[in-house]
Ligand binder design. Structure first.
Ligand code: SDX
Length: 424
């Protein structure tokens, strides 16, 4: 809270409405508009462009400077020096773990990597060609049926166990989606492997042949998990918070987050971006597609470009591009045609007045698809990978909200329907 105030004068009101202003650690101050309803007014902010829906200490984004901090640590430093499970600990508990705490956390996660055998039966109800995000919405929501009566949301230890179960089981479920689509048997988690290697093993090993995890692939996978882990109050995280505010089962809240993430405007952009790069196909067609993206009469948008908050380069895109370079070089595919298309597309867009004026830059989804494709992951699984990674962000925000006194989220509206009228 600060001593600063805002005063709103409204035609027809004798008195100005005094609104309190609060400051965070860094970032914009906020104006408390709650007194407006007592004066018969609502704020109106479709898409919440200028609305702070909550107080949080987990992640901070400065869209103008292209800054992303997790509990104060820059994503570039975390991606360079940390790993995904250490970042999970940081996001959930609010501090970096000691060596002992890290070892204990890794062991806790490993203790929960298997899913109940009954879960495998859920998959049989899906078509083999079902989109894996549709399956994930179903099976993650179904996890609520295993952990409902025995989860006390008021108990910090129960909340921590729920978070550990989700971080541990979500890669297992994701790999099961892929195996089911291939008609191959599910592969059990292998707790001798690190988190990313275990995921790749569950994805690609078969009973007939061992799968040798390429350490460069495992590092790239872990880096991709880190870059997608959390991102403040994005659409899917806000969905989880809203669902959680009613006291809903946390697994059901995470399923709601997966649902919101699926859209091509959000987490579905990585799949849409790779499909776009494949449609462009060759560097010679880049200008044609840049022109289409600028054409108001053409619904086409450059997938992987633009962001609600970043009006500068998404720092995750920079790290992802470096990872892309490393993986393709390791594969001897630095001349990968899609990567060349992506590089030309990025250059063309960044030099174009339309993109400069609208402050449209590559976001986290622009290069991630090329890396995932190089790792052998099918396009349909890209958003599933995003969901695996973002689960820690979702459950950390859920925990932050549930652990504090909170009210159920209940936005209002500007009503433009019929006034009261009698039935004929
Ligand atoms: C993620 O919120 C998060 O933090 C999300 C995320 C996370 O980690 O959780 O960062 C992950 O979702 C990244 C974004 C992935 N989506 C895409 O890459 C899809 C393509 N991008 C756009 O659809 C768009 O940029 C959004 C959805 C990302 C942002 O949309 P906004 O903030 O609502 O902006 P807008 O649609 O109002 O666009 C502003 C202008 C418009 O032109 P005008 O109406 O002002 O003339 O920019 C144009 C848009 O037409 N524009 C684009 C464009 N993105 C915006 N034009 C061409 N290509 C694009 N990609």
């Amino acid at each position: 809270m600060t001593d600063k105030k805002a005063y709103l004068s409204i035609d027809g009101l004798d008195e100005k409405i005094e609104l309190k202003i609060s400051s965070g650690t860094i970032g914009p101050d906020v104006i408390d508009v709650s007194p407006l309803s007592a004066n018969g007014y609502f704020t109106y902010d479709p898409g919440f462009v200028s609305t702070a829906a909550c107080e949080s200490g987990i992640t901070y984004i400065d869209g103008g400077k292209g800054v992303l901090l997790h509990r104060g640590y820059p994503i570039e430093q975390l991606a360079d020096k940390s790993d995904y499970l250490e970042l999970c600990y940081l996001l959930f508990y609010g501090k970096l773990p000691t060596a002992e705490e890290k070892a204990e956390y890794v062991e806790t996660i490993q203790r929960h990597t298997m899913v109940h055998e009954q879960v495998s039966h859920f998959f049989n109800g899906f078509r083999r060609d079902a989109h894996p995000m549709a399956i994930m919405c179903g099976v993650v929501g179904a996890m609520a049926s295993f952990y409902h009566e025995n989860t006390d949301l008021t108990c910090p230890e129960d909340r921590a166990t729920t978070a550990a179960r989700l971080v541990a089981k979500i890669p297992t479920l994701a790999a099961m989606c892929y195996k089911y689509s291939k008609g191959q048997p599910f592969v059990f988690p292998n707790n001798d492997l690190d988190y990313a290697s275990n995921f790749l093993n569950m994805m690609f090993s078969t009973p007939c042949s061992d799968y040798e995890v390429n350490p460069v692939f495992a590092k790239a996978m872990d880096r991709i998990f880190m870059l997608h882990a959390d991102h403040e109050q994005n659409a899917s995280t806000s969905t989880v918070r809203l669902a959680g505010s009613s006291g809903a089962n946390p697994y059901a809240c995470i399923a709601a987050g997966i649902t919101a993430l699926w859209g091509p405007a959000h987490g579905g952009a990585n799949e849409a971006c790779l499909n776009m790069l494949e449609e462009i196909g060759d560097e010679s067609r880049v200008d044609e597609f840049v022109a289409r993206a600028k054409d108001k009469n053409d619904p086409f948008r450059l997938m992987g470009f633009g962001h609600r908050v970043y009006k500068n380069r998404d720092p995750r895109a920079t790290v992802m591009q470096k990872t892309c370079d490393e993986v393709l070089a390791q594969l001897g595919r630095s001349d990968d045609p899609l990567f060349k298309v992506a590089r030309k597309l990025e250059k063309a867009a960044l030099e174009d007045e339309y993109f400069i004026e609208k402050k449209l830059y590559p976001n986290v989804d622009f290069y991630s698809g090329i890396v995932l494709r190089a790792l052998g992951i099918p396009t349909s699984m890209f958003t599933v990978i995003f969901a695996v990674s973002r689960t820690i962000g979702w459950i950390s925000h859920w925990n932050e909200m549930v652990s504090e006194p909170h009210r159920i989220g209940r936005p209002r509206q500007l009503y433009t329907g019929s006034a009261e009228r009698d039935l004929p």
